[in-house]
Design a protein around this ligand. Structure first.
Ligand SMILES: Cc1cc2nc3c(=O)[nH]c(=O)nc-3n(C[C@H](O)[C@H](O)[C@H](O)COP(=O)(O)OP(=O)(O)OC[C@H]3O[C@@H](n4cnc5c(N)ncnc54)[C@H](O)[C@@H]3O)c2cc1C
Length: 395
């Protein structure tokens, strides 16, 4: 019979959400164990994955609170001054800027691998946090007294609370029998970086064409990050395109806004599947990050939501500790679930509805899109609401 090793909290998945949660709890002195299928060497030096994450002001504040922000290289933090939304090739756009905010940026782009690296570095100094790497969780169970995980090396670990942050395709969520609403968009996101000859002036472009979308995100220098979302069959051809043909396709559709454009490095692709768990908690068990809410990237909320959720649960656990309560108690988990569902449900379903409108090619939908931008441009409360969603509550 393998020996059982006990902890206060076991976190499955040392991605951005799992590591942020570990860091948010680390100074409580709780005995925390992270289980991750990648190696420590990869966590310490995560490779570029093509994603540039739009961070809200709220996320920046949370990252500053835990010291994660100090680990982000300053030359990789790119402010967003303005966002422009276009329908098709029209030059008319719906614009969002910082004029009505007490801030000088709508938000900031940071490469995902730098967020992962900073999260790992922020956790590393804590002796009460251990990371078991290069290992997977095979089985997760919980009962009134404890949660138990069985690892691929035969080891069995127990804890008062198990938190699954093991991606939108969470194995632990399935092992605990928690159903999810899944929305497969039948599309693929292709992400890459491009250099250009004209400055971007820190403007983000979001262009909705008949069957595909293109977001151009300003980085430091004359460089931008591109996110194309395409029907799955077309994406394969775009991934295989020679760089010169790819450059031409982008320039044809973006016009002369950024001058001559050139692909830098690799293209990465992600199938677009969104998930929303039917409940975020169960007995001595909680879902976190994409395992709870896996968003479509168009509204740039996945990481921001995961980080906020990590701090909500960490704060509920701190409250329980100060009252001498069991950290895995249902009251602690219910409070997290209520707050995180309130924060995420509208964003999740609203984002899916937006994607539906902008990927429907029937003439009536195309007309509504064009009219919609014009109406929205003249509705200050709508623009204020969207700006707040882009920037976070602190804006
Ligand atoms: C193209 C694209 C653009 C995006 N842009 C933005 C944006 O602008 N703003 C934003 O906020 N969000 C954005 N996102 C979303 C953001 O990247 C995710 O929300 C975030 O990375 C999720 O973090 P996570 O830790 O929950 O999951 P993941 O990053 O998926 O990490 C899960 C971890 O769990 C580990 N794991 C999985 N299974 C097991 C197992 N059985 N045992 C042990 N370990 C396991 C994995 O190895 C991984 O390290 C974007 C996403 C994409 C695809």
């Amino acid at each position: 019979m393998p020996k059982k090793n006990s902890h206060d909290v076991i976190i499955i998945g040392a991605g951005p959400a799992g590591l942020s949660f570990a860091r948010a709890l680390a100074d409580t002195g709780l005995k925390i164990c992270l289980i991750e299928k990648q190696t420590i060497a990869t966590l310490a030096n995560p490779p570029l994955d093509g994603r540039d994450i739009a961070l809200t002001h709220d996320s920046i504040s949370l990252m500053k609170q835990t010291g994660m922000f100090d680990h982000l290289p300053k030359n990789e933090i790119s402010p967003i001054r303005e966002a422009r939304v276009f329908s098709g090739g029209s030059s008319y756009f719906l614009g969002f800027d910082t004029k009505q905010m007490n801030k000088n940026a709508l938000g900031f782009f940071v490469p995902n691998n730098e967020i992962r690296r900073a999260s790992y570095r922020a956790v590393k100094p804590f002796k009460n946090v251990t990371i078991k790497d290069n290992i997977t969780v095979k089985k997760t169970t919980t009962d009134d007294a404890r949660g138990t995980v069985h690892l691929s090396n035969g080891e069995i670990l127990t804890a008062s609370l198990i938190v699954a942050a093991d991606s939108r395709f969470s194995g632990a969520r399935a092992q605990m029998g928690i159903p999810v609403t899944t929305k497969d968009f039948g599309r693929v996101a292709i992400v890459c970086r491009m250099a250009h000859t004209k400055p971007h002036d820190q403007i983000t472009y979001e262009c909705f064409f008949d069957s595909w979308t293109m977001a151009v995100l300003p980085l430091q220098g004359d460089k931008s990050s591109l996110v194309l979302t395409l029907p799955a069959e077309e994406a394969e051809a775009v991934m295989a395109m020679a760089p010169a043909a790819f450059n031409n396709r982008i320039m044809q559709n973006l016009g002369d806004r950024l001058g001559k454009m050139k692909l830098i490095g690799e293209r990465h692709s992600y199938p677009l599947v969104a998930v929303y768990a039917s409940h975020f908690t169960s007995k001595r068990f909680a879902l976190m990050g994409d395992a709870a809410v896996g968003m479509h990237p168009v509204t740039a909320h996945g990481y921001n939501l995961g980080l906020a959720g990590a701090h909500v649960l960490a704060n509920e656990i701190r409250k329980a500790l100060s009252l001498g309560l069991d950290i895995g108690d249902a009251t602690v988990l219910d409070a997290y679930s209520r707050t995180h569902r309130r924060a995420s449900a509208f964003l999740y379903y609203g984002t899916n509805a937006l994607v539906n409108v902008y990927t429907d090619n029937r003439p009536v939908a195309l007309a509504l899109r064009a009219i919609g931008l014009r109406i929205a441009n003249h509705l200050p409360p709508f623009k204020r609401y969207v700006t707040k969603q882009l920037t976070g509550k602190a804006a």
